[in-house]
Design a protein around this ligand. Structure first.
Ligand code: C5P
Length: 202
């Protein structure tokens, strides 16, 4: 039997990850951060691998790597994510995860539009580029990665442009997605909105 699937999409640093983890914990659903798949491929490409080979041979252990959270890997991820064969190689894993009994939350860019078009709940979590860059800047500073705010904002804009303008599975809200704009919401308020929407759909 098919499980209950929550699809959460949105641009970088909008709060998707935080909302997804909180929702998964609240309902006891499994959580997959699909950005990690593209980051793992991006990291292998930075180490010299062919992107399509890397995507086809990805194993779960590849996702457990702390070094996937760097700006260089994020940019490499968004470059490999435009390649149709890379995306195709990652579809089955994501769909099996979504169908697991007990419910699943997947967050990414194309979950509601391509990976799980029949998800019971679709959320599109967004915020202004400046707010997202400020959050990412604070997060990176906390980890001792010393990029300037301007550099982080430029990275956010470059990744937005690449993710939204690509031909294959571009970042956009599904027609039936609920929008959550976190520019002026606290984390708790954003999570409360998400939980309320999911509770209504269950
Ligand atoms: O979410 P995160 O910032 O970790 O994603 C890294 C990159 O992977 C994104 O900028 C995007 O290009 C790509 N991605 C994607 N589809 C997804 C998840 C991530 O294209 N479902």
């Amino acid at each position: 039997t098919e499980g209950f699937t929550v699809a959460i999409d949105g641009p970088a640093a909008a709060g998707k990850g935080t909302v997804s983890k909180a929702v998964a914990a609240h309902f006891g659903f499994a959580h997959l951060d699909t950005g990690l798949l593209y980051r793992a491929v991006g990291a292998k490409v930075l180490a010299g691998a062919d992107p399509v080979d890397a995507a086809r041979t990805l194993i779960p252990d590849d996702l457990e790597n702390d070094s996937l959270r760097t700006p260089e890997v994020a940019q490499s991820a968004s470059r490999v994510a435009v390649i149709a064969e890379v995306r195709a190689a990652l579809v089955d894993f994501q769909r099996s995860f979504a169908a697991r009994a007990g419910g699943a939350v997947l967050d990414g860019r194309d979950i509601g539009t391509v990976i799980c078009p029949d998800a019971q709940v679709k959320l599109f979590v967004t915020a202004s580029p400046e707010v997202r860059a400020q959050r990412r800047f604070a997060e990176l500073s906390g980890k001792g990665i010393g990029d300037s705010y301007d550099r982080v904002l430029a990275d956010v804009r470059a990744r937005d442009a690449r993710d939204m303008e690509r031909a294959e599975a571009p970042l956009r809200p599904a027609a039936d997605a609920h929008m959550i704009d976190t520019s002026t919401l606290t984390i708790d308020a954003a999570v409360a909105q998400a939980v309320a929407l999911i509770t209504k759909a269950r």
